[in-house]
Design a protein around this ligand. Sequence first.
Ligand code: DQA
Length: 147
Amino acid sequence: MTSILILNGPNLNLLGTRQPEVYGRTTLADVEALCRAHGDTRGAKVAFMQSNSEGALIDAIHAAKGVHDGIILNAGAYTHTSIALMDAISSVELPVIELHLSNVHAREDFRHVSYIARVALGVICGFGAAGYPLAMDALMGHLAAGS
Ligand code: DQA
């Protein structure tokens, strides 16, 4: 069974109350339930995690090697700053989809830069919580094409 790690970075624990005009009213628990339900319908095992710490996210990426088949990563603001997260992704050689709830390209200039995109399979942004199941489908399609 395909195993997908869904990793969420800083401030995403506040989804639902954090700038709802940008990120919507869906909580992270709602997102997790959506991903688990989607995994059930698609026959995928889902591991779901959030951390505000860059090091914990790096540790989770390292630990994913040999355990999960791919990663969906919403790295939050670390997307725009973290060479360390980029290097972690390159090191484990797992397919990673970069995800954002908001359309980062329609926002401030500093959000147009992504270190993750340089090493990601692809990027999904701007579809709110619905982006998560989209990313799961994209990852599973990629994995199925490669096997
Ligand atoms: C975000 C976009 C980032 O620019 C921001 O720092 C976040 C959330 C998103 O999901 O839209 O924390 O990753």
